[in-house]
Design a protein around this ligand. Structure first.
Ligand code: PMP
Length: 411
């Protein structure tokens, strides 16, 4: 036998596996509501006009080249990404309490951040537990053990009945978490549920985090996609930053700039107000993050960082981006309204209010795995088995067909 004969098949990814099945389907009218990628009204991938313009501008500079970036990425990108999420007036920024490195999109930021945490607790017996919401983006559950932190624990998040956040459950579970536990929180547009705490509810979470001395790890993959406004969607994160707590944050530009395949994002480590020696600690943290990155992939790719810096660092481009982003969020909002209206009109049994209450890219419809399988086999409509619908996959011309198929499935 060959050396690799004993390799067994790994389970296919629950989200990307849906897309593989969709691609293999030869039915012409198939509909993809699986992967969380924005689609135009024609159902096509969208390259933001401002991104195209910046890509041209990059090569108009005669000094442009393909040299390596530093281990922690493009410095101007680090600064602009930090200001975008924390806000330019953030005290933690002016105090020098935020250390940001460029990463391979949001996934890479989560992995680098959690690996850094695992190394910081070199004594395995003292590793902090990592809490993830139930449900959450599947990759959270997989990244935590791969970073060397053991199995993640879950805290209650979804109120299945209303489709909103189960605040009493969330607060109860996090009250039981030990001091120093790391809690992964979605900054906005929670995936897969589309349900976010209100600002008042976030304040309750801040109080609990301070009281229990928990360490939030914010995952922000949809800034601007929830409300259509970048600052509104950063509201949760800024509450925590203003509270002066220790925290980590991963940021992704995959969705809000449509840069999925460019793998551009950032990891920020925020030192709390209690940090005794800020400059020395910030310097040490950066050095440790670089020590995680160097043996993993040496340094990040340059192109995406230059695009983001070109958009964020120029007033005209920034204004254009905000408009294009609001346009994407608004088309998704229209699809929510249209799907709910079509389900109400065709009399599909159930209360579909959650579709318009939830925000961001997804709706957690409440459809069961059996419904999802039925929709796939009878109607060639693809979504993840938990009933999550990527709203951006809908168009004016498919929404009625989807609503009628859902009615048939639930009846
Ligand atoms: N976190 C969440 C909750 C997500 O939904 C995603 C994208 N599906 C990510 C992080 C990261 O994606 P990426 O690595 O493409 O930035």
């Amino acid at each position: 036998p060959g050396f690799f004969d004993g390799v067994t098949l790994a389970p296919s990814d629950p989200i990307l596996g849906v897309n593989e099945a969709y691609l293999a389907d030869e039915f012409p009218g198939k509909i993809s509501l699986g992967v969380g990628a924005y689609r135009t009204e024609k159902g096509l991938p969208y390259v933001l006009p401002v991104v195209k313009r910046v890509e041209q501008q990059i090569w108009e500079d005669p000094r442009a080249n393909h040299e390596y970036l530093p281990i922690d990425g493009l410095p101007v990108f680090q600064r602009l990404a930090t200001e975008l999420i924390f806000g330019p007036d953030c005290a933690a920024i002016s105090d020098g309490r935020i250390v940001t490195v460029q990463t391979l999109s949001g996934s890479g930021a989560l992995r680098i951040g959690l690996t850094f945490v695992a190394r910081y607790y070199a004594d395995a017996s003292s590793l902090p537990p990592i809490y993830i919401p139930s449900p959450t983006w599947n990759n959270h559950r997989d990244i935590v053990p791969d970073a060397g932190l053991g199995e993640a624990r879950t805290f209650r998040y979804l109120d299945a009945k209303s489709g909103g956040v189960d605040m009493p459950g969330l607060l109860a579970d996090l009250s039981d978490a030990p001091v120093g536990a790391i809690v992964i929180l979605h900054g906005c547009a929670h995936n897969p549920t589309g349900a976010d705490p209100t600002l008042a509810e976030w304040r309750d979470i801040v109080s609990l985090v301070r009281e229990r001395r928990l360490i939030p790890f914010f995952d922000v993959a949809y800034q601007g996609f929830a409300s259509g406004d970048l600052d509104t969607d950063a509201g949760s994160v800024r509450l925590f930053a203003d509270a002066g707590v220790d925290m980590l944050l991963s940021l992704s530009f995959a969705k809000n700039m449509g840069l999925y395949g460019e793998r551009i994002g950032s990891l920020s480590v925020v030192l709390s107000e209690h940090t005794v020696n800020v400059p020395a600690t910030a310097k040490a943290v950066r050095s440790q993050l670089k020590a995680v990155i160097r043996p993993m992939y040496s340094s990040p790719p340059a192109h995406g960082a230059r695009i983001v810096a070109g958009v964020l660092g120029d007033a005209t481009n920034f204004a254009a981006w905000k408009e294009e982003l609001a346009g994407m969020a608004s088309r998704i909002g229209d699809m929510r309204t249209a799907l709910k209206a079509a389900l109400d009109a065709n009399g599909a049994p159930g209360d579909w209010t959650r579709i318009v209450k939830q925000q961001g890219m997804f709706s957690y419809t409440g459809l069961s795995a059996a419904h999802v399988a039925y929709l796939r086999s009878k109607y060639h409509i693809y979504m993840t088995s938990d009933g999550r619908v990527s709203m951006a996959g809908l168009t004016t011309s498919t929404v009625q067909r989807v609503a009628d198929a859902i009615k048939d499935a639930v009846e």
